[in-house]
Design a protein around this ligand. Structure first.
Ligand SMILES: [Zn+2]
Length: 486
């Protein structure tokens, strides 16, 4: 029987891959370059949330998945196929991560210097791809034209990186949290910026902490008029208010919801700390937070989980062994900055009689996300490589999967959150998000079995994007010590 069909039309890059002609810019990073690839005896986690399946076969041709299922005795192997025995290895869909950035906090410059984020146009795309992230939505930009150029270079096969879905510069109210952000002057300004960035090619929008309800409403309406979606890391606007205004997605989850902060004024951010202190007094299972969960679900508002960044504010988390993994990728100054702050958080916890707020927030957020999904909410995932550093592109996304499992999701559910759910939000399920015939061959092959031990997602052997198999070691080595610099 014939198990694969020739695809008449394929994306330019997929066709190039199919012909075994990897573009020159990608060659140094490629491990598997063949017109067809047959993976045999591989364990499959397909991204739908279904349990792992052992001893499966996957066939890739013309950059697409042309077969996925049990081994067939009468199976035809394409004459020009590279056949791989993947006994002991697991394949899952390329990760579709939804709170990503091409920037990273620059090392602490010292007293009196501005807090700045540096665009990591070289290192971020490679770190993402090396970790198995084959599609990434940015969630706010500080160098929009660099983001656009990087996407164009990746799409043209000139540099390695994930399929990028770009989000506008932050739609931030007053006062803006940093010098790299524009400060909105009112609803007209919000609509003006949405229209401008839509025309420049941004496909989604990010509202930020100090945006007012009227500005947010204007931004939502303008985005929807373009058929585009908008997400937000809000503070001046509470979650239920944002849902009523029509927002499509909320970043970070419960920890940044300020609607329960006593004395909160309409349209004013009470401060992140005040918000967290108010939340800490609540019970996730209580009527207030459960009411918010029901309201978000009723309004079809997705939530993006960013547990790795919250973890970095809990004392002595993640374990240092986890952090040592990222050290080689970091500029030494950036590592120093990160360690200094990490140590300060741990020291504060030792000296304080109170349980650490960061640890409490992480625990509450995990509980919130579990309840949100249990009741039918759409949870997506991202790493948010910001904060004080240490959460890096790609590495942070793998850590996110581990933390979702710690939160109580099965490994298959965690992978579903980080693959198919993002693809659904992006409207790209016909291209990627699960392992199914006809989809782009965006696949991650790891040693071991993440369904038994989620940390095995870190043991990446090969990352396929459009059928080209990339070597994570080569991608990481090419930008060693550069994260925090370029
Ligand atoms: Zn962010």
């Amino acid at each position: 029987m014939r198990l694969w069909i020739g695809t008449g039309i394929c994306a330019a890059l997929g066709c190039a891959a199919a012909a075994g002609q990897v573009p020159n810019g990608l060659k140094p990073f490629v491990k598997v370059d063949a017109p067809a690839v047959v993976m045999e005896h591989v364990r499959v986690i397909d991204g739908t949330g279904a349990p792992e399946r052992d001893d499966q076969t996957i066939v890739i041709q013309d950059g697409k998945i042309t077969y996925a299922g049990p081994q067939q005795t009468d199976q035809l192997t394409p004459a020009n196929a590279k056949v791989l025995d993947l006994t002991g290895e697991t394949v899952f869909p390329g990760l579709v991560m939804m709170h990503e950035h091409l920037f990273y906090p620059l090392p602490d410059g010292g007293p009196g210097l501005l807090p700045l984020y540096g665009e990591m146009a070289d290192s971020a795309p490679r770190l993402y791809l090396a970790a198995g992230v084959t599609a990434a939505r940015t969630a706010g930009s500080v160098e929009p034209y660099t983001d656009i150029s990087v996407k164009q270079l990746i799409d043209a096969g000139k540099i390695p990186g994930p399929k990028l879905f770009l989000t506008s510069p932050y739609l931030e109210g007053s006062p803006s949290i940093g010098p790299q952000l524009h400060t909105l002057t009112g609803p007209d300004d919000a609509a003006r910026l949405v229209n401008y960035w839509a025309a420049e090619g941004m496909t989604s929008f990010k509202a930020y902490m100090h945006i007012t309800p009227r500005e947010l409403k204007a931004a939502i309406d303008a985005a929807h008029a373009h058929g585009l979606k908008i997400t937000g890391h809000l503070c001046a606007v509470g979650f239920q208010e944002a849902a009523a205004l029509g927002i499509d997605n909320l970043e970070h989850g419960l920890v940044v919801d300020t609607e329960f902060t006593p004395g909160k004024q309409e349209g004013v951010c009470p401060g992140q700390l005040q918000g967290e202190e108010a939340l800490a007094k609540l019970d996730v299972e209580g009527p207030q937070i459960q009411g918010t969960i029901r309201d978000l679900i009723a309004h079809h508002v997705a939530v993006t989980s960013t547990l790795a960044i919250f973890e970095s504010f809990a004392p002595n988390r993640p374990p240092l062994s986890e952090e040592m993994r990222v050290r080689e990728s970091l500029l030494p100054d950036a590592w120093g900055s990160f360690m200094t702050t990490r140590a300060a958080i741990a020291e504060r916890a030792v000296k304080s009689p109170e349980p650490a707020l960061g640890a409490r927030m992480l625990q509450m957020e995990m509980q919130f996300e579990r309840d949100f999904v249990k009741q039918g909410g759409t949870l997506m995932a991202g790493c948010d490589p910001t904060g004080y550093g240490g959460v890096l592109a790609g590495f942070g996304d793998q850590r996110e999967l581990e933390l979702l499992v710690e939160a109580g999701f099965t490994p298959e559910e965690a992978i579903h959150v980080a693959t198919e759910n993002g693809a659904i939000w992006l409207g790209e399920t016909n291209r990627f998000g699960t392992i199914a015939v006809g989809k782009d061959a965006d696949l991650v092959v790891v040693d071991g079995n993440p369904a038994k031990n989620i940390a095995d997602v870190e043991k990446v052997d090969t990352v396929y994007k459009d059928g080209i198999g990339y070597d994570p070691e080569k991608l990481l080595a090419s930008v060693q010590g550069r994260m925090g610099l370029r």
